[in-house]
Design a protein around this ligand. Structure first.
Ligand code: ATP
Ligand code: MG
Length: 710
């Protein structure tokens, strides 16, 4: 259990009693350290699985953690969000504490706020309504009642979206409306749990007897209300392990604050504090960009930043792409994703991340058009989806009928039986065209088919009943099978997660930072959000933006200010002055051709003297606009060729030459021959294959003889 940890992580895992605080950057293994810690404690018999409560911030992260714990042999440990843990306790204790059923959750909060404003005769436009709703949420998680709201805002110098007396009025009316209608909101779930645990010592004791050990992931985003709940759960005990990264604080707008993380030692002087700096997730290229972004950060969180050190091998440079308009950006992204999948990157290992959910639609469309599977929803609710439940019923029915189900007459083996049953529920061999509900349904059923295939592989000879039992167990553990699609998600919901390839899209001023981020702190939070996005990538990272919204409209947009510096052609950190208005702009292949005459860097324009740099046609440290998927395909092809002819890979082509090819994407023999490192012999032997790969076709081998000599 401890073998998979480095010495500092092991220290975390071994500190099973008393307060523990892990302060570390993205990808350093915080989540890994705490899951191993719990699993180690459970398997060593030191922790009772049911006495541990692990809290994370999103349902998806909680699902991931349950999955990891299960794999490590520590099933039975509760891993939940604050909200779901509180809701569960509230439902359980409500009849005893208050009587009757727990009121239902309000479905459309914004509408209720609008109604409250109307009753107060205050007119709000759509944006103001959103801002006032968030402001009420903030007031509630900071435990500020309507009457105190104006004074608290004045004292904390908060930038309120409207006159504070008006907000206070709307807030009070909103609370009144909820009471009248017997509904509660999201924040009430925590507030009511806190109130019950505070007032009813018998109930608090009950909860404390149940849970002895607490673990909190992403602790930098804890709100005062969640902290209060945590304190009540703990009572006077201190078996609390928190992990977090102040540089990833992205929920301050909801009242969260990294202060609890940063001041942990002040509150718990005997705490074990561990820092981790080795980044196991991302390549040095991704880490370099992440460190650069943080280097420009300001404010309290930034004072505590830790420079990350990548533990991985070199990878491709992050790609920066400028598009004319949003549909072009989505299409270009979908094309690159298709290339990556063709090059062997599983769709489930790719994510497109954006700032606001409304950006998803154009990507859904583009991916569907490109025939790329995707998933929009978090996989944690997989077993709650209507189609999955229906499919479960059908599978159970077929399993019960055993050999007597005519559906299964022609189906041999578990996967084909499952396909036969699910085809009555809408599963087809090929996905339906277009996006939307039909497609979502199909993706879910296809995930079940894949699950059956995997299950059969793991347990040859397994029956339909075995599979149904497995599904029940997974549903109970809320462990969804990985839906093998590209993930489309907001940056906020991506925290804690990772993918081989990440596309950060829509990076324009106005979107990143978002228009309504006005104060310095809000801008800093946006920067951290981008940092979170960048650090989700293991290997491929693409950053893109478009100059206008739709084709033909005026292109007045500018790339995000946070990319000034890292972005090719921009000034600032790491940049080399402006070159022709911006390198990294996706240019037609013709402009990528090799220039004759003195070799100049095609990014910064400097004269090149180093042979390696001349091969690349750019300075080593200038950013690359290489087609990474193509580079990967070329490398795979080279490995096969090298093996075939029994020589080292560099005898086929060196890395630099392959990179130069992937950057230039030659479309003809002439263009390929112009690339340094592609001599006459190599042209003869490999030219056709390389050109075919560049054109996206399968390489035609064997041209030009194959005498084993290079
Ligand atoms: P974030 O701040 O984004 O939540 P994190 O610090 O929680 O990141 P993890 O998700 O735990 O990081 O780990 C990042 C990746 O590095 C995971 O794929 C994990 O399995 C891997 N990893 C972490 N520690 C090690 C280790 N000691 N050896 C090998 N791989 C590791
Ligand atoms: Mg984590």
């Amino acid at each position: 259990m401890l073998d998979g940890l480095d010495p500092e992580q092991r220290e975390v895992a071994l500190a099973l009693h008393g307060p523990v605080c892990v302060l570390a950057g993205a990808g350093t293994g915080k989540t890994r350290a705490i899951t191993h810690r719990i699993a180690y404690g459970v398997r060593a018999g030191i922790l009772q699985p049911t006495s541990v409560l692990a809290v994370t911030f999103t349902n998806r992260a909680a699902g991931e953690m349950r999955g990891r714990l299960r794999q490590l042999g520590a099933a039975g440990v509760q891993a939940r969000t604050f909200h779901s843990a509180a809701l569960r306790q509230l439902q359980y204790f409500w009849p005893k504490a208050v009587g009757g059923e727990l009121p239902r959750l309000v479905e459309r909060k914004v509408q209720l706020v609008a109604e409250a404003a109307a009753r107060c005769r205050i007119r709000l436009d759509r944006n103001e309504l959103r801002d006032v709703t968030s402001e009420i949420e903030w007031a509630k998680v900071t435990q500020t009642v309507p009457a105190d709201y104006p004074a608290v805002v004045a004292k904390t110098q908060r930038d309120a979206p409207r006159d504070t007396a008006e907000i206070s009025q709307i807030y009070a009316m909103y609370e009144q409306l909820k009471r009248d209608r017997s509904v509660i909101d999201f924040e009430d779930v925590l507030l009511l749990t806190v109130a019950i645990l505070q007032d009813r010592h018998d109930i608090a004791d009950h909860v404390r007897r149940q849970y002895q050990h607490f673990v909190v992931d992403e602790y930098q985003d804890v709100s005062p209300l969640q902290q209060r709940l945590l304190d009540l759960w703990l009572g006077d005990r201190d078996n609390l392990c928190v992990v977090g990264d102040a540089s990833q604080t992205i929920y301050s707008f909801t009242g969260a604050t990294p202060e609890h993380l940063l001041n942990f030692r002040t509150r718990h002087p005997n705490a074990t504090v561990v820092k981790l700096v080795r980044d196991y997730r991302s390549t040095p290229q991704v880490v370099h960009l992440a460190n650069g972004l943080l280097g420009q950060a300001r404010g309290r969180a930034a004072e505590h930043r830790l420079e990350l050190v990548s533990q991985r091998e070199k990878g491709p440079e992050p790609a920066y792409t400028e598009y004319g308009d949003e549909p072009a950006e989505a299409e270009g992204t979908a094309r690159r994703i298709r290339d990556l999948i063709a090059a062997g990157v599983p769709a489930g290992e790719i994510a497109v991340l954006y700032r606001v959910n409304s950006q998803s639609e154009v990507y859904e469309q583009a991916l569907s058009d490109a025939g790329v599977p995707y998933q929009l929803r978090g996989a944690e609710r997989f077993f709650e989806r209507a189609e999955v439940r229906e499919a479960g019923v059908a599978l159970r029915g077929a399993a019960r009928a055993g050999g007597n189900d005519s559906l299964l007459d022609d189906a041999e083996g578990l996967p084909s039986q499952v396909r036969a049953v699910l085809s009555t529920k809408g599963w087809t061999t090929d996905p339906p065209a277009g996006s939307g509900a039909m497609r979502d349904r199909w993706e879910s059923l296809a995930a079940l088919v894949r699950l059956a295939e995997d299950f059969e592989q793991a347990k040859p000879g397994a029956t339909l009943s075995d599979l149904v039992a497995e599904l029940d167990e997974r549903a109970a553990a809320q462990h969804a099978p990985a839906v093998q699609g590209v993930t489309l998600a907001s940056l906020h919901s991506a925290k804690g997660l990772e993918w081989d390839a990440v596309f950060l899209v829509g990076l324009t001023e106005g979107m990143m930072p978002i228009t309504y981020a006005r104060t310095d702190e809000q801008i800093e939070e946006e920067r951290r959000l981008l940092y979170v996005g960048v650090t989700r990538a293991r290997f491929h990272l693409s950053l893109s933006w478009s100059l206008s919204r739709s084709p033909g409209s005026r292109g007045g947009r500018r790339p995000s200010r946070f990319l000034n510096g890292p972005r090719p052609g921009s000034t600032g950190l790491g940049g080399r002055g402006t070159v022709g208005g911006g390198g990294g702009v996706e240019r037609p292949a013709v402009t990528k051709r090799r220039r004759r005459g003195p070799a100049l860097c095609r990014v910064c324009g400097k004269t090149l003297t180093d042979a390696g740099e001349m091969k690349l046609m750019r300075c080593e440290e200038c950013p690359s606009d290489m087609d990474e998927a193509l580079y990967e395909r070329l490398r795979d092809w080279r490995a096969d060729r090298a093996k075939e002819i029994g020589q080292p890979a560099y005898c086929v082509f060196t890395d630099k030459t392959l990179m130069a090819i992937a950057e230039a994407v030659p479309g003809s023999a002439g263009e390929l021959a112009g690339i340094s490192g592609v001599g006459v012999r190599k042209m003869d032997r490999f030219g056709a294959a390389v050109l075919a790969i560049c054109a996206g076709e399968d390489p035609v081998e064997g041209l030009g003889g194959d005498d084993g000599e290079v």
